[in-house]
Every structure is written in C-alpha cells, then in structure tokens.
Design a protein around this ligand. Structure first.
Ligand SMILES: Nc1nc2c(c(=O)[nH]1)N[C@H]1C(S)=C(S)[C@@H](COP(=O)(O)O)O[C@H]1N2
Ligand SMILES: [Mo]
Length: 327
C-alpha cells in the first residue's frame, strides 16, 4: 500500500494563502486604538458567557428527532468540535475560531421571526411555537463553503416549505429573503467589516419550497450552538454555505430577486444562485476540489460534486438556465 508522505501532497491540495485571506479584503483598517478597546471589553464578554442565565438555560438543550428519508448516508460525520469551532459568522468576527469565542452573548430567548411582504397577513412567530410546528428530523447533509472546505453535519429541523405554508404567501411572492439578527452591541465585531448589516440572503420560491431546504433548529441532536446560527437558520445543502443565513429574525416574501450580502459585496465572485458547481470557478480559485475539515490532511482533498451531490433532487429547478451566467 502506498502511504503518501506530506512531501507527496501536491501543493494544489493545500489551501492557498490567498484563498484563506480572500474575504479579509472586506476588513476595515482597524486603528490601533481599537485593539486596546477590544482587549478591555474581553473581560466583560467572558462574564456574559459564564453568568448569563439566558445562555445557560438553552445551550445544549436536547431535541427529540425522527429519522428522515432525506438524509445523506455513508459519509463520515465531521466532529461536533469542528462543526462548532470552524465557522463563518462575520457578525462575531472574521476568523473561523471567532464565532465560538464571541457568540456567547447572542440572546436566543425570547426570539421571534417576523414574516412580511407578499403574504395574506404579516405575522410574528415565536421560536418555541416553531419548534413544535412539525416533528423535528435529523438530516445529515454535506455542507460546502465557497472557500472550498466542506463538512458533513447532522442537522435538526424540518423542510422550510412547512413553515412557508404557514406564512400563506400570495401569488406575488416570487422570492423569499432571510434577514439575520443584528445588534451592534452584541455583535461589535461586525463593524470590522464593510458589510452592510443585517446579513441578507434569499432563494427563489421554488428553491425555498424544495423539500431539501431545511429550516434548522439544531445539530447533533441539540439546539444550535450560537456560533452555528441559534436559534433558527436555513440550510440549503446544494448551495454554497453563505446562502444559509444564520439567526434569522425576519422573512420577507418579495416579487423581485432580493439584495443579498455577498452578491452585494462582490457580484462577480458571489452570484445570487450560488449552486455548488465544480465547473464554474470562483474568479480567484477553482471550485473543482474541496478540503473536508477534520480528516487527516492527506485524506481531505476530494472532488466537488455538481449541486454538492444533490442533483437528483434539484437539477430540475434549473432546466433551461445557463449556470455559467446564473452562477
Ligand atoms: N448571519 C450570517 N449568516 C451566515 C454567515 C454570516 O457571516 N452571517 N456566514 C455564511 C457562510 S459563508 C457559511 S459557510 C455558513 C457557515 O455555517 P456554519 O458555521 O454553521 O458551518 O453560514 C452562512 N451564514
Ligand atoms: Mo461560506
């Protein structure tokens, strides 16, 4: 058996530095004074994490789930540790390790989701009512970030379509927009970027209604850790991870393609559709291969699959579309 030594790994298998740094272009130049302020605030942060009863009461709460026919099988799960410590949640910092350290103060109760736009009647749903709306399913999905890393995660939730039906959208609803929680006090790291908060994402109505699109409340059988988008997020397994908005407070049914965070920042790099597609490169790197987080590094590199491997379920949504143009 051939055992590959680190020196045998082609340099193309190692994440290029530029790729690691790609989104840091959006960082503001932080004046040196701000660093001191940040350090002073750190103490207060720790206290919030340790003593806040709101955080303590909900973190780690178990969720009862049923098996789902829509689960992906056969791939090794990414460890709970990696799923919860290698995150993108720019409101809490731009380093992968920042959200786990900084999201402790996100107030996940009480929490409501406001629904507006082209609906029969605007409504506000309480998170605990949403948790009880349908049986919660455990669904293992591949999770592919546009930065060319991937994971396999056992999410907990139910199809977004079940929620959309409760919203009673009108025929004018062609797209659905998701807006994340934003509070510059709780998420003071957000101002280190030039992003126009709150984080916004959107789907075409038929994408949102596809049974694979998961309204997500948990992972690994527990409520979502704050860094993964507590208490409620979207997961769209055939699209790059940034389409999956975290910590959603507002859902808007609209008649036109909504403005979305990454598309707004760099429309030539991040399209509205953002279907996982190995044949359409990001302008600054290839999307043909990905790095599976948590495996020994000589096993990490793998081919990216069209629609992240979910083509059987979703390819028909795009018949007649040029996916190079509508990337
Ligand atoms: N509100 C909000 N949602 C967000 C992001 C963010 O910065 N803010 N990052 C996105 C990106 S780029 C990815 S890859 C996924 C990461 O989800 P995870 O940390 O649970 O793996 O969340 C997405 N949702
Ligand atoms: Mo991402």
């Amino acid at each position: 058996m051939l055992i590959r030594k680190p020196s045998d790994i082609p340099s193309s298998a190692i994440t290029p530095k530029e790729q690691y740094l790609n989104r840091r272009r959006f960082l503001r130049n932080v004046a040196s004074g701000a660093v001191a302020v940040g350090a002073a605030a750190l103490g207060a942060d720790r206290l919030t994490q340790v003593f806040s009863p709101k955080v303590a009461a909900f973190a780690g709460t178990k969720l009862q789930t049923v098996q789902s026919p829509l689960t992906t099988t056969g791939e090794q799960l990414t460890s709970y540790e990696d799923v919860t410590h290698y995150n993108n949640f720019y409101e809490f910092g731009v380093q992968k390790s920042d959200p786990a350290q900084n999201a402790g103060g996100l107030p996940t109760r009480p929490w409501t989701v406001h629904v507006e736009g082209h609906v029969k009647k605007a409504k506000t749903f309480d998170i605990d009512a949403l948790l009880k709306l349908r049986p919660l399913e455990e669904r293992v999905y591949r999770h592919r970030c546009v930065e060319a890393w991937s994971m396999v995660i056992p999410w907990v939730g139910y199809s977004l379509s079940e929620f959309i039906n409760q919203c009673e959208p009108l025929s004018g609803a062609k797209y659905v927009q998701f807006l994340s929680y934003y509070n510059s006090g709780v998420q003071r790291w957000a101002s280190q970027t030039t992003i126009d908060w709150p984080y916004s994402e959107g789907l075409r109505m038929d994408e949102a209604m596809n049974p694979l699109t998961l309204l997500t409340f948990g992972l690994y059988g527990e409520v979502l850790p704050n860094q993964n988008g507590a208490p409620i997020r979207i997961v769209v397994p055939w699209k790059y991870g940034f389409k999956s908005a975290k910590s959603i407070v507002r859902v808007r049914f609209v008649d036109r393609q909504p403005s979305t965070t990454w598309n707004e920042m760099a429309s030539n790099e991040y399209g509205f559709y953002s279907n996982v597609n190995p044949n359409v490169d990001h302008p600054r790197w290839s999307q043909k291969v990905e790095r599976r987080i948590g495996l020994p590094f000589w096993q990490q590199r793998r081919a990216t699959l069209m629609f992240n491997g979910y083509g059987d379920q979703v390819a028909s949504l795009y018949t007649g579309m040029d996916l190079r143009k509508d990337f």
